[in-house]
Design a protein around this ligand. Structure first.
Ligand SMILES: CC(=O)SCCNC(=O)CCNC(=O)[C@H](O)C(C)(C)COP(=O)(O)OP(=O)(O)OC[C@H]1O[C@@H](n2cnc3c(N)ncnc32)[C@H](O)[C@@H]1OP(=O)(O)O
Ligand SMILES: CC(C)C(=O)C(=O)O
Length: 515
């Protein structure tokens, strides 16, 4: 049976503690709504005593954001707790999160309290918070560096005083997975009232282990994970929400746990947080980085085209990316090149594929990434290099006395030059296309046709693009000229040449002499 793990998001509190990540009220409300859409269970909206702005952010999120528990942080003193209680008043479901450090280092140097004072203060703080709100979380800050016997005592006292969630922070990212797992197992085994509260973990990433430590905690019985979008937070950050959620989902066979997160919202939420905080997501960041579903090497791309499960353990659509990205570069092979060419409207195989592949490898040695426009240019250059391709010599358009268009076109190919005329059609351009079909002996359907200006002024260049259907495949053509009719004619011929290049000899078809 699957166990539900509560996802506690602290992007707006610990995440905002990343240097330079401050968000204004409007941005915080927007992020809070995105977190609701993502379906997190708890949103830690801020630390109300920290400033009037933080108080107003927590109050306003409590008032306006429905669909998640809204939490406010407080030190273990009356002023902080009362301020948090006040900010959370408008919430449908509120939670006060009281923290007090318990490790020897923090007791001695920071708080200057002995063990008994810590226990007494924790009990008093939880009781005060409980008088304002039913849902209370208590965190023994720096728990991972706290003596385990003392930690058990503090946790037992906090639960007895009314804490409904006990959060075990690895405040300085000191734990390792086996160690974190053991702390949680010890609390489960040694604290008599532990089952009266949810055990939570809050892991920092100083050793790059925040997600691994959180997973180890889950494996040993933790029921809540504290995390942030993109893993932002104090210093090296916190456990990344997207990574922990996808680890639990992808390895549900091992953890037998689930979360309520709508994982298709992960990428949009990551982008929103990155844009409001100004903290960029590194390209190779797991789950949401630009390269997370990008493949550049030929062997991987070939495997991906045969079956995506060969090189992907998750589907990009499941986290909110549109699709896998097969990036063409110096490590790519023929399979990926042919696939990309196909998506651009060319169909390469055999010798033609080999010829373009050799030119592609030379280019890829010089360029980091080969873009679609590079591939199209390579293939088009090959088209132009062949004198077995049709070229426009001249064209003439007239309207006959009865208003019927007449298009006369001269095309050449190698040593051959052909002139022909077509009368009729759906207009002058249709007449032009028909006569070209007649000369080239190729019958196509025009699926799309566009003209737009690509430069400015009276002598602006017009660019025409056409999309032709031929034998159930689409071929695109492009033409540029200051004369838009000529641009359209060139685009049509360009597409017909691509048909010839890709499919070998044009298939002879009957010319349609009626519209
Ligand atoms: C691990 C964490 O992430 S905890 C959250 C950290 N986040 C923040 O600190 C962000 C917001 N903080 C702030 O705006 C300010 O620090 C404030 C407003 C909370 C406090 O400011 P100040 O009153 O000027 O105190 P300052 O920050 O200099 O020092 C912290 C004081 O809180 C005490 N303190 C620290 N933690 C606790 C606690 N959990 N319970 C009670 N007292 C605590 C410290 O001992 C120190 O007290 P002292 O001045 O008597 O030595
Ligand atoms: C307040 C606590 C949970 C915290 O942020 C930490 O210990 O890192």
């Amino acid at each position: 049976m699957s166990r539900n793990i509560v996802i506690f998001d602290t992007t707006l509190r610990d995440g905002e503690q990343s240097p330079g990540a401050s968000m204004n009220l409007g941005e915080k409300l927007e992020v809070a709504q995105a977190l609701v859409d993502l379906k997190v269970d708890v949103i830690e909206a801020g630390f109300p005593i920290a400033s009037p702005g933080d108080f107003e952010a927590v109050r306003s999120i409590a008032e306006n954001t429905k669909g998640a528990t809204i939490c406010g942080l407080a030190r273990c003193n009356d002023k902080d707790i009362d301020r948090a209680g006040e900010a959370l008043k408008p919430a449908e479901q509120g939670r006060i999160h009281v923290f007090l450090a318990t490790s020897a280092i923090h007791r001695e140097f920071k708080l200057k309290m002995d063990k008994q004072e810590i226990i007494d203060r924790a009990i008093a703080g939880v009781k005060r918070a409980k008088s304002l709100c039913d849902n209370i979380e208590f965190s023994p800050e720096d728990a991972a560096r706290t003596e385990i016997d003392f930690l058990c005592k503090v946790v037992e006292a906090a639960i007895a005083a009314g804490a409904t969630t006990v959060n075990i922070p690895d405040t300085v990212g000191y734990a390792t997975p086996a160690y974190m797992g053991r702390v949680i197992a010890d609390l489960k085994n040694r604290v008599p009232n532990i089952d009266q509260a949810v055990i939570s973990v809050h892991c920092h990433n100083d050793l790059g282990l925040a997600v691994a430590n959180s997973l180890a905690a889950v494996e040993n019985g933790a029921g809540q994970i504290e995390c942030t979008i993109n893993g932002i937070g104090e210093r090296a950050g916190n456990c990344s929400l997207e990574e922990i959620v996808m680890a639990l989902k992808t390895r549900s066979d091992f953890y037998h746990c689930e979360t309520g997160i709508d994982t298709t919202r992960l990428v949009p939420t990551s982008r929103l947080v990155s844009s409001v905080t100004g903290l960029e997501v590194q390209r190779n960041k797991a789950i949401v980085g630009r390269n997370a579903f990008a493949h550049e090497s030929g062997i991987h791309q070939d495997g991906m085209l045969k079956n995506p499960t060969t090189y992907e353990i998750m589907r990009p659509e499941d986290v909110g990316f549109q699709k896998t990205d097969l990036v063409l570069g110096k490590h790519s092979g023929r399979a990926a090149l042919a696939d990309r060419a196909k998506s651009l409207g060319y169909h390469l195989e055999g010798d033609k594929l080999q010829e373009v592949f050799e030119a592609f490898k030379k280019l890829a040695d010089k360029k980091k990434e080969v873009y679609d426009s590079d591939i199209a240019a390579l293939i088009d250059k090959r088209v132009a290099a062949h004198d077995d391709q049709w070229q426009l010599v001249r064209y003439e358009l007239k309207l006959e006395a009865d208003g019927i268009p007449a298009a006369t076109v001269t095309l050449k190919r190698g040593g051959e030059q052909v002139t022909d005329t077509f009368f009729g059609g759906d207009g002058p351009l249709d007449a032009l296309f028909r006569v070209i079909e007649k000369i080239t002996d190729t019958q196509v359907m025009v699926r799309d046709y566009r003209v737009h200006s690509v430069s400015q002024g009276k002598d602006a260049q017009g660019e025409s693009t056409v999309e032709l259907e031929y034998q159930n495949r689409l071929y695109r053509g492009r033409g540029v000229s200051t004369d838009t009719v000529e641009a359209s004619t060139l685009a049509f011929i360009n597409a017909l040449n691509r048909i010839a290049l890709s499919a070998g000899e044009p298939v002879k078809t009957q010319y349609r002499d009626t519209v």
